[in-house]
Ligand binder design. Structure first.
Ligand SMILES: [Mg+2]
Length: 288
């Protein structure tokens, strides 16, 4: 899930921009910032971890961090729930769903938890499809399925075409905030990369709603490749302590420990549902 937040941070400087080069600094002081994508992801994680109502938890986190790029309809949902239109297929449904992929025990749980998290504000079938595909892809990656098989499974179950090249998507130069446009692009960013950082750079290079595309791509890329330790470290100054607390608890509860590139593969798989103590120790060294 930290991968989502790193994607949001790195993409935040480029939201709405096209023709971004790939070779950009991922973090820039006074420009890089977390946005709605990180806040909503943290809120969903906390709701699931504490078994709290998703709707109230989302609202409470969003009010704690106002003016972080919420769309106008979602802002209405936060502040005037009784008049809000919940029939949304906005990509907000897909950018916050990663914790389901980490915490769901099986594919039925992915479906059930996705509906529970999504329907509170995005009860359109396209929103549930997009969120479901993102959560399922993360769960499949964590279960060890290889990329081609993940793409095939997502295509079969959710109907997304994942064949476009990164260059084609860059050349299309389009901007969309819908699930149906954003989710396949973000999944392609991760599936066609060779490492976590390349997935994030793909999202920036494609342009458009870059923080959300990079957030979704980052969640899947973390599950596929792990996060390089230097990016974990570089992201820390941009994150409030309250985020780190939720992240810590999420990784402790997830069925897989935090995947760190270069170290996770060398460690034995945890024997319980808890994270490996050595990984958690490493993680704690940053987050306490
Ligand atoms: Mg955003």
């Amino acid at each position: 899930m930290l991968g989502c937040i790193i994607g949001d941070l790195a993409g935040s400087r480029f939201e709405g921009c096209s023709q971004n080069p790939k070779d950009v600094p991922l973090f820039v002081r006074h420009q890089t910032t977390f946005t709605d994508d990180s806040i909503c992801t943290i809120a969903v994680a906390e709701a699931l971890l504490n078994n709290q109502p998703v709707e109230e938890t989302l609202r409470s986190w969003c009010k704690r961090y106002p003016d972080r790029g919420y769309g106008s309809r979602f802002r209405q949902w936060i502040y005037m729930p009784e008049t809000a239109d919940r029939h949304s297929y906005g990509n907000g449904a897909a950018m916050r769903i990663a914790p389901v992929g980490l915490l769901a025990a099986d594919s039925q749980a992915v479906t059930r938890l996705t509906a529970m998290v999504t329907d509170v504000s995005h009860d359109h079938p396209e929103a549930r499809r997009g969120a479901g595909a993102v959560a399922a892809s993360i769960r499949l990656a964590l279960s060890g399925l290889e990329k081609r098989a993940i793409g095939a499974e997502i295509h079969e179950r959710y109907g997304y075409q994942l064949s476009a090249s990164i260059q084609d998507l860059h050349d299309q130069d389009s901007y969309s905030e819908s699930c149906q446009d954003t989710v396949p692009v973000a999944l392609i960013c991760a599936l066609k990369a060779s490492c976590f950082e390349e997935a994030i750079r793909n999202a920036i290079y494609i342009g458009g709603d870059t923080d959300t595309i990079a957030c979704i791509a980052g969640g899947l890329a973390e599950a596929l490749y792990g996060i390089p330790a230097h990016l974990v470290e570089e992201s820390q100054p941009y994150l409030p302590g309250a985020f780190l607390d939720v992240l810590q608890r999420l990784y402790a509860a997830a069925s897989q420990p935090m995947p760190l590139a270069g170290s996770i593969k060398a460690l034995p798989k945890p024997t319980s549902q808890r994270g490996s103590p050595s990984i958690m120790g490493w993680f704690n060294s940053f987050f306490v």
